[in-house]
Write a protein that binds this ligand. Sequence first.
Ligand code: GUN
Length: 275
Amino acid sequence: MAVILDGKATSLKVLDKVKERVSKLNTTPHLVVILVGDNPASKIYVNNKKKAAEKVGIKSTILEFGVNITENELLSEIAMLNNDNDVTGILVQLPLPEHIDKNKIITSISPKKDVDGFHPENGGKLLLGVEPYFYPATPQGILMLLDEYNIELDGKNAVVVGRSNIVGKPMAQMLLKRNATVTMCHSHTQNLNEIIKTADIVISAVGKKIIRCKMVKKNSCMIDVGIFRDNNGKLTGDVDFDIVSPTCGFITPVPGGVGPMTIASLMYNASKVYL
Ligand code: GUN
């Protein structure tokens, strides 16, 4: 039976370290979270971020805008926040309404306040192997969890399933930086199961029950980024826990795995101040 990678417990350890780090700063970091519209999931995520910030001594403000805010109005709000020396971090909760160009908004955030690490300057630096101001929170949190359990990455076969800008793409780059051999899989990948069988580490960020092959590699590590409700309304992830856990060596639960690590990792980012 696999070892459960306890994201909840590890996230509390990370938050403690962040709290200590914040207490030693000569300034109080201030994270501004922008929420547009009334997506219920986004509201929950944003409130969780605020609660975590309070816990570690980071000031946080949620700026809520109606779904009809124009792109230009949002751009001018961000310009004001970029110029405000009291604000050290800016996060625009995604998704945004369709009439707003997400990439334009992300690009308008100062890279030095881009705690999500989504700005092209931060993403570009990650690709070039140059230190970005911020690494995206989910992949960074996953690496913190793997490190907590001393899971070796150097020279290992890592398979990333899902090619999103938020998780899959930065995850692959960060694993490469740690000298893993990285395979990217996505909706057009053929023989996914054959590829999964070769993996020492699987990181799945799809949002569908996609990792259900019995023949995973012995002692491999399964990281499940997916979180959604099954037909019975129960929270579940991409990995079929019951099928995979007897063979693999390590597995993240859903919930209680990657989710809490993402928040803790975001708080680590929010504790970094570049003024
Ligand atoms: N929506 C889903 N995940 C994320 C994230 O990591 N950051 C932001 N800003 N929005 C999201």
